[in-house]
Design a protein around this ligand. Structure first.
Ligand code: PMP
Length: 389
């Protein structure tokens, strides 16, 4: 019965939040958390988003149901940002979702419905919520090594081999940009190579695009999405606006599907809407309506593009500072997005917590922009001390 359920094995990142809260030191550094922080160490609401929210609250006349697609203006405005030159392809449809998680939920359930035998190829390590999401959908997974911890770069051979050995109809789960937790992204040539294999072996890419704009640029970060759309007839994209609009708790995202025909896409999307109906019925409106207002107003849109660029610039500037602090950390400048992994053992990670109040995940994953500018030197010195010790 319910009273007899086994305790949940808690996500070690959630346990970390408890440890940080319990630490009375005032100079602790939290690089465990997964949100962007600015130079002052805060996670502000972008000014463009704040202004759009003001307009939304002032002008909204009803909160009557919108239906399962959510805000159609939101997905229409997002379409060229995600799809680029493929925006006009009528075989691609998108639906608003509660964040990237909601999009992954729909994509994985759709795969299970359409091809229950399909296996999902997952590079390790990956975002810790990927495996439970796939398991929850009842999909079998095949793991390969995404990251070479010795060389501190992507293990592209392992990805190539896994893709070449996959069955027709298997799914390739790929991080579109800013890989979480390693920061090790595919290069453009590597994307083209994987796309060619996916096309030849008729694999379905499922691209998790949670940090568009945080790596190289808004368009540059969608390179993999665009190449897969060039090469493959069947593509799934799980997109999140939670980070690039700074609206994490408002749950804003979208799921995109391409099939070989407009009619097949329409039919599949009817199933997707049924899956959503059973889970959340309709996506929450506020954050998506806010993002729509930003994107539809040329002034707010320009402002938002600048704010995304500022977030990206801080990420890359802090990366360079950490990389410059010690040759053993130089690889961090070649990685992208908010996360990379420190070459530290769990004992060294725990030592940083106890001695310096620096909190990162047991794995050594840390948020590059978790610390304020004023804390960067102290952070680097403590990590280098741990590496030497
Ligand atoms: N995919 C990856 C790789 C992520 O890191 C995250 C958020 N941590 C998500 C998806 C989900 O984001 P959201 O909060 O929009 O559900």
């Amino acid at each position: 019965g319910i009273a007899d359920l086994e305790p949940v094995v808690s996500d070690s990142l959630l346990a970390l939040i408890g440890l940080i809260a319990a630490d009375p030191r005032t100079d602790k550094i939290d690089v465990g958390v997964g949100v962007f922080r600015d130079g002052a160490g805060t996670t502000p609401i972008p000014a463009s988003v704040k202004e759009a929210e003001r307009r939304l609250v002032a002008n909204q006349e009803t909160k009557a149901y919108l239906g399962g697609w959510g805000d159609r203006g939101f997905t229409a405005a997002l379409r060229p940002i995600v799809l680029g030159g493929h925006a006009g392809d009528a075989r691609i449809a998108g639906v608003q979702t509660p964040g990237g998680c909601g999009a992954l939920f729909l994509a994985t359930r759709l795969i299970k419905l359409a091809r229950p035998e399909a296996r999902v190829l997952v590079g390790t390590p990956t975002w810790p919520n990927h495996p439970p999401l796939l398991k929850g959908a009842g999909l079998e997974t095949v793991e390969y090594r995404h990251y070479d911890f010795e060389a501190r770069r992507i293990d592209f051979e392992a990805l190539r081999r896994a893709a070449e050995q996959a069955n027709v109809g298997d799914v390739l789960l790929l991080h579109g940009c800013c890989h979480n937790p390693t920061g090790a992204d595919l290069g453009e040539e590597q994307w083209r190579e994987v796309a060619a294999i996916a096309s030849e072996r008729r694999l379905t890419p499922l691209i998790d695009l949670a940090y568009q704009g945080f790596g190289r640029g808004l368009d540059e970060d969608a390179y993999g999405v665009r190449v897969m759309l060039d090469a493959c007839d069947e593509v799934l994209i799980a997109q999140s606006c939670d980070k690039n609009f700074g609206v994490y708790r408002d749950r804003v995202g979208s799921m995109w599907l391409k099939t070989g025909s407009e009619q097949a896409t329409a039919n599949a999307m009817a199933h997707v809407l049924q899956i959503a109906r059973e889970a959340w019925s309709m996506p929450p409106d506020h954050g998506a309506a806010t993002a729509r207002i930003v994107l539809e107003d040329s002034g707010l849109r320009q402002q938002w593009l600048g704010e995304v660029a500022a977030m990206r610039d801080r990420i890359n500037a802090v990366r360079r500072r950490i990389a410059d602090s010690d040759p053993r950390l130089a690889y961090i400048a070649n990685e992208f997005g908010m996360f990379s992994m420190m070459p530290l053992s769990k004992a060294q990670v725990v030592g940083l917590r106890e001695k310096h109040g620096i909190y990162m995940a047991d794995s050594g994953r840390f948020n590059v922009v978790g610390m304020a500018d004023a804390d960067i030197d102290r952070f680097c010195a403590a990590v280098v001390e741990a590496l030497d010790g």
